[in-house]
Design a protein around this ligand. Sequence first.
Ligand SMILES: [Zn+2]
Length: 257
Amino acid sequence: MSVEVRLIPCLSDNYAALLHHAESKTTALIDAPDAAPILRALDKEGWNLTHILITHHHPDHVQGIAEIRKKFPVPVYGPRAEADKIPGISVKLGHHDVAEVGPLRANVIDTPGHTAGHIVYHFPKQALLFSGDTLFALGCGRPFERPAEVLWQSLLTLRELPPETQIYCGHEYTLANAKFSVSVDPKNGQLRERLKQIETKRAKGEPTVPSLMEEELATNPFLRADNPAVQAAIGMKDGDPAAVFTKLRELKNTFKG
Ligand SMILES: [Zn+2]
């Protein structure tokens, strides 16, 4: 069952995504930062929206829902634990639920940390992950509503997904993330090479999303808190991975590229 994905830049650095399955005329929107660019993208493709999938309650992921639903009064899927903060939600989802999106199937994974009820959508047959603000290219979300060690556990769950999984995240933060990543994993040749590619893409105004799980596993320090080289680079040799992750998060918050 082949699908197409369109990435839609919104606001200053958000991404929404459209997932389209032509045969069934299914078109799902993942997150709704801003109605106008999303409606323009649908119009340009000639696609009729059929579903809205929301990862978490932050305004820059839900504030376009109402306006979009004026034109496309479609069901809104989202995290059960944050349902009261998501306008128009009709299908409430949690861990191990299967989201039915036309003939497509997404496994719902709870990833608390950035928000307490954050969920991500994994389409195993299409090898696609819509990771919201949990996992970014070379980064991860800030743990606002749960402690960093809870977010680490969420990332450990995502690390189990197949390496060929394409990851669509909620923001274009990759260049800043890459500079930080090199600072805590300086001997990682694949990471340094990736930084160069990201600099080239951003200089041309191109998106760095999606990324592949395989390259995140090899280069994203927030998936590598149990890696000896990362631990040594931040002075926590043989450290507890959750504590190392917490330290990485703190270092990132104060990093000046
Ligand atoms: Zn957020």
